[in-house]
Every structure is written in structure tokens, then in C-alpha cells.
Write a new protein. Sequence first.
Length: 251
Amino acid sequence: MKKILAVALTLALTLTAFAACAESKETLTMATNASFPPYEYVEGDQVVGIDPEIAAAVCEKMGYDLEIVDTEFDSLISGVASGKYDFVMAGMTVTEERKQMVSFSNTYATGVQVIIVNDDSPITSVDDLLADGANYTVGTQNATTGYIYAMSDIEDAGKGTVAAFPNGNEAVMARVNGKIDGVIIDNEPAKAYVAANEGLKILDSTYVVEDYAACFAKDNTELVEKFNAALEELTADGTIPAIIEKYIPAE
Ligand code: GLN
């Protein structure tokens, strides 16, 4: 009797160990800058938005758990390149310069660089901002494409000044407080910031059109391929279009 019990107990323990093993998936760490609604923003103590939801769906499809780290935008590329994070999703624009440091997935969304100004601003178009002798101060998020374009088109061209902020929210607050003349930022966060603050508008003219993708350490081709395969399946079955539609309803 004792022996049967002992065998049963051993079996039970072994089964429990197996179950625990089957449940513990490897975790992938995604880094982002959660100041970029509706792609990523903080709600309560959670990072939510299009990128976290796509990341969760893709990780589930690939068989990984997902952990999200919220950090400064200008540390994302170097962090993922050095292996600190497995991937980055941050409304990150695919550029040739970034491709020297990281590998990008296929793109899953389009972004447009636009300009936020005060309702009564003398700036009425991108051309006004880039005109000779314009001399405006524009805010951007540090290390973003908006910052890079503005530096070359405005500051280095001697047409005005570029102020860099750690994130979109601080750039917009500087406009609200009258410290700068306008903010260059991606169109969807621009809409969210204009909706959340009085007296702001988005100029009709677009500055630059771009593609967003996830990025990985340059040599991590295996994960990029898995990610792309999952992305493709989840696009075909309507999961990703539904996530985007939930945050950016078609007009
Ligand atoms: N799309 C811009 C870039 O990649 C801004 C992204 C962001 O601020 N999260 O530089």
C-alpha cells in the first residue's frame, strides 16, 4: 500500500513538473516610449495602445510571453542594438540611418510628420516655417525623425531654432505655455495632443510621410523572420487591422 502511494505521489509530482514546464514560456522584452498616443501611452499602471496590442498578438502567435519596458525614445535604438531589449515598437520610422544599427520588421503602419501650432499662429503651412528669415522656434522629440529633419531644414539652414524635448507631451506643453512656436510630431499623436489641449491646431500641409516598423538587434534575423511571419498571418486574419481600427477609427 505504502509503495503504491509513493509511486502515485512520484507520478503526481512528475506531472506537475511537466505542466509547469509547458506553461513557462520564454519572455520577450519590448521597449517603447509611452508618450505617443494612440501607438503607446500610459493608462493606470499599464502601457497600452496599438503597438502593445500588436506586440501581444505577435508574441502569442510566436509562443512567447511579452514584457514591456517604458523608456526614453533616444535610448531605444542603442538599447535594442546592444541586446538590452528583444525588440522595439514605438511608432518607429524606418530610415536608412537606423538600418545601419538595427534590423526592421515589415512595416505595419504609416506616419506623417505634421506641425502643431496655436489656433492664431502666423504659421499657416510648412513653407512658412521653412521660409528664409522665418526665425521660428520649433519643438520636436529628441532623436525622432521630426528632430532630424527640422535640424537640417531649419536650424542648420539658419532659418530658425529647434528645441528637443524628451517626449511628445513635453514638446506640446512647451507650445501650450508659449515657449515655442510649433511642434513637429507624427500625425496620430498630434491629433491626440490637440484633442487633449485647448487652443491648438494641426496645419493642413504635411511635412514628411513615413513607414513604421518594429526593430531588432541587427544579427537577430531569426526573430525578425518569425515576427514577420506572425505579422503577416495576423494581418491576413484581420487581427492587426482590427487593433488599428480600434484606436484610429476610419473617418
Ligand atoms: N516616428 C518618429 C520616429 O521614428 C517618432 C516616433 C516616436 O516619437 N515615438 O522618429
